[in-house]
Each structure stands twice: as C-alpha cells, then as structure tokens.
Design a protein around this ligand. Sequence first.
Ligand code: FES
Length: 202
Amino acid sequence: MSNVPVDNGRRRFLTAATSVVGGVGVVGWAVPFIGSWNPSERAKAAGAPVEVNVGKIEKGQMIRAEWRGKPVYIVRRTEKMLAELKLADVTDQLRDPNSEEAQQPSYATNFNRSIKAELWVGLGVCTHLGCAPTYEKDTMGERVKALDNGFFCPCHGSTYDLSGRVFQGVPAPLNLMVPEHSYISGDRIIIGVGPDASGGKA
Ligand code: FES
C-alpha cells in the first residue's frame, strides 16, 4: 500500500490519495489535487472499484477521485444547491432534465442524479470531447441566469447544473455520466459497484 505523489500547488479541488488493497483501490481522505500518478499504481487501479471516504467533505465542497483513469467528482451539495436543481427557470433550459438518456444507473434517475440527495458522484468528463469541467461554486451566474452553482467546460463552453445535467445550446450532447457506486457505510462509498452488487445501502 503506497500513496501517490501530490502536487500541493493546486488547491482549488481536493482529491484523494489512492492505494490498492486486495485488488480494490482505496481512496483515503482528500488531499490537494493530484498532479501526477505513479504509472504502476494507475495500472493497478485501472478497472478496479475505488473506495472513497466522503465523511469529511464539507457542505459545498467538491473532491476528486480517480476511477478507471477518469476523474470522479464528488460534491456535498448544500440545501441551496439542491433547491437550485428544481428551479423552473433552470430546468427549462436543460437538455435532459429527467435523466432519460442512459447516462446514469437507474438509482440515479431522480433530479438529484444521486443515491443520497446531498452527495453527487459523477464523472468529470465533458460529454462533448472529454475535457474536465470546472466546479463553479457561487460563480455559475456569470454563465447561466438564475443559477449560482454548476459545472463549466472551459474547452468549448458547455454548461451543466450541479447534478451534471447539460444545458441546451452548448456543444455537449449529454449529461455528465454517473458511475455505478454504492455506500458501504455512512462515510464510505465504493465507485464501480452498484447497491445491488455490493449490498451497499443508500
Ligand atoms: S469538451 Fe467540453 S465543451 Fe467541448
């Protein structure tokens, strides 16, 4: 079990140090942005479920994990953030507000697109050409009227709400993907294994 190198110079996002135990990647508490990965650790983790401690994520905070070589965003949304997801002024502008496209497991087809309302787990991979959207906390109003929080893709300007639902009129064609995941305790989730397979609970 060994930790990966950490780039302490970037502090906008917190992310997780990852190790591999018995074939399952285990992500401990969040540390500042991972700037690079040890290839051997990446190779070990590729394809394996990743366990993440979400207990210390503060309200309004996002951390990043990595699963199958892709960034996974985990956001603990505030009550205000959750209320924004239901604003008619906002949902009327969404391309797939009811998650009818196959971009999430069935247990994440609610407006939260999550198992527990406050905790959103989604791939940080824009559905246009795969750039990493930025987390716009309290700054989304510059891009979408009536919305304070969401995601913005800097590559070609796609916008998403804080459930990863894409807005109309942008290059991205689909909502951000929600990966299979489940809770193995109140503070720990596992990415890559759904509730039915793991016995995890909501
Ligand atoms: S890759 Fe995100 S808008 Fe093009």
